[in-house]
Design a protein around this ligand. Structure first.
Ligand SMILES: [Zn+2]
Length: 81
């Protein structure tokens, strides 16, 4: 009887451990999916980066200053004050 109880306990423990591991695995998959999504978003941002005509620094188009058909990283580089 006691031996059977121990076996039963081990089986329950094993199932319990399996469920915990499976839960962690699911979390890891979710985490990876999130990271992949954020990386894809970063890539999209990187595509809109332009090089400063004066110093060669890369800036996003939103931050860049357009002057005489060239992009500049800052007002100093663009010669605007
Ligand atoms: Zn610059």
């Amino acid at each position: 009887m006691i031996f059977k109880l121990i076996i039963l306990g081990l089986v329950i423990y094993g199932v319990y451990i399996l469920f915990i591991r499976e839960g962690n695995l699911l979390d890891q998959v979710k985490e990876k999916t999130k990271r992949a999504a954020s990386k894809a978003a970063e890539k999209e941002d990187a595509e809109t980066v332009v090089e400063c005509h004066k110093c060669g620094v890369y800036v996003s188009v939103d931050e860049a200053i357009l002057k005489d058909g060239y992009y500049y990283c800052s007002k100093e580089c663009a010669g605007v004050k």
